[in-house]
Write a protein of this length. Structure first.
Length: 460
């Protein structure tokens, strides 16, 4: 256990009806009893765990606030340590006065994520569950929240614990072959070792592929709206978001920087980007905007490629299509409220393509065809199986990287089975087990600790 007793505000640091100040550590009850007077003269020390008590926080004889204490005795607390939560009035002046009083009595202000870090160090949760706490707090959509809640419930832990155990089990047999080659003990043949490694590799491979869906669930599907100048990109953004996010004018080059926002399509999280129109220009600012457009297209999951249906396809359209043709895209003919002079055949001829998978006609001015566009985007998301998995979903980049490293190490172990190099197999299996163990905290470096807990709010 950590030696310092720590404290922090656990609720939002603005004026509110109620605020909660959390205290955890070996001196929690000793120091709290110095500043708290209950209305029925009960002692904090004599309270059993999970009890609440009503009274006052005092600095000598000066009443700071009327509060309720919630008592959690070790190990029956979030951190596994003695812990108290002070529910006070949510006036920032009162909050600061209580925190300052606690500091004056010898309690330290907690670092970001320190309460959760102590919960991990004291065996209350594993490392993946600790990360889930942060993900629950920062979840931007219902699906990301569901993944984080499943992770906090320990579903991921069970999967990774079994993978780790399975690798260690094979490693045990390999090391037995090294250390007790001449002994009459149970052993696995090289064929059996290879078979078991392949079985684990398949499970890891599934989780890695699954993680692509999970990360998108967490971050949102990236959709880039692109096209030549004055094709209606900003108008489309405003319609999809149902608000005036982007400035719309008839002047070419109005949008010069990337405009982004979040919304959802029937619960599917989407991050949408309006990009600068593409054309030849000498304007330095517009050139930078076009550069950023290409960067956004490169990172997008889906591209909405707009054409002005009232004019012929030009070189700007053709050059831009060449940039997005290999991406998942939807061709959109806009301005159908005007006389339309292009169709599917003229598009195929201009872009030198034989097939168009997704093409729609819309009018941003008349708000026509937008529902069909939304349905098409949703169908693409579903058909790509981005959100089809109702199983364990890996949504943490650190976990994906560890799984990928473990897979590579298992592949190297498989190669070593061809030459029956037991020592090399053992080394690779041990390293693969360490990678899986790092996900749940069996093997953890200080750097991993710092990276995980620095993203927490202070009171958690």
């Amino acid at each position: 256990m950590e030696k310092d007793t720590i404290t922090a505000l656990s609720t939002y640091p603005l004026q509110s009806a109620i605020a909660v100040i959390r205290i955890s550590g070996v001196k929690t009850f000793e120091i709290t009893s110095q500043i708290f007077i209950s209305k029925n003269n009960q002692s904090v020390h004599n309270l059993s765990s999970l009890k609440r008590i009503f009274g006052f926080i005092k600095d000598n004889e000066q009443i700071i606030d009327e509060v309720i204490l919630s008592v959690y005795k070790s190990p029956k607390s979030y951190t596994g340590e003695d812990m108290i939560e002070i529910s006070c009035h949510g006036n920032p002046i009162i909050i600061n006065n209580i925190l300052n009083l606690l500091v004056k009595k010898g309690i330290r202000i907690a670092e970001p994520g320190e309460f959760t870090k102590r919960a991990f160090l004291n065996g209350k949760i594993d490392l993946s569950q600790a990360e889930a706490v942060c993900d629950i707090i920062t979840a931007k959509n219902e699906m990301a929240l569901k993944i984080a809640l499943n992770q906090l419930a320990g579903k991921e832990y069970k999967v990774f614990e079994k993978l780790h155990s399975d690798i260690i089990n094979i490693l045990t047999y390999v090391e037995a072959e090294i250390d007790f080659a001449d002994e009459d003990i149970q052993k696995l043949s090289m064929e059996q070792i290879l078979k078991e490694i392949k079985k684990i590799e398949e499970q890891i491979d599934y989780l890695i592929k699954n993680s692509e869906s999970g990360i998108l669930l967490k971050e949102g599907v990236k959709i880039a709206i692109t096209g030549a100048v004055n094709t209606g990109k900003s108008s489309l953004l405003n319609l999809l978001l149902n608000k005036n996010k982007a400035i719309v004018t008839h002047i070419p080059g109005t949008t010069r920087d990337i405009i982004e926002d979040n919304y959802n399509i029937d619960g599917f999280p989407v991050k949408i980007f309006d990009t600068a129109g593409i054309r030849e220009t000498d304007d330095i600012i517009e050139i930078e905007g076009i550069k950023r457009t290409f960067e956004t297209i490169k990172s997008a999951d889906i591209v909405l490629f707009l054409l002005d249906g009232s004019r012929k396809i030009n070189k700007d359209d053709i050059d831009l299509f060449d940039k997005i043709k290999d991406k998942q895209h939807i061709l959109i003919i806009n301005k159908i409220d005007l006389p339309v002079i292009i169709d599917k055949n003229t598009i195929k001829s201009a872009f030198n393509i034989s097939e168009i998978k997704n093409i729609l006609k819309i009018s941003c001015l008349k708000n026509s065809g937008i529902n069909d566009l939304t349905k098409t985007i949703k169908n693409i998301i579903i058909n790509k199986n981005i959100f089809a998995v109702d199983d364990i979903i890996i949504a943490n980049i650190r976990h994906k990287e560890a799984l990928t490293k473990a897979k590579v190490l298992l592949q190297e172990a498989k190669e070593s089975t061809k030459t029956k190099a037991y020592e090399l197999i053992a080394i690779d299996l041990k390293r693969a087990a360490d990678e899986i163990g790092s996900i749940i905290g069996k093997i953890t470096s200080e750097d991993i600790f710092e990276n995980i807990f620095k993203n927490f709010c202070i009171g958690k």
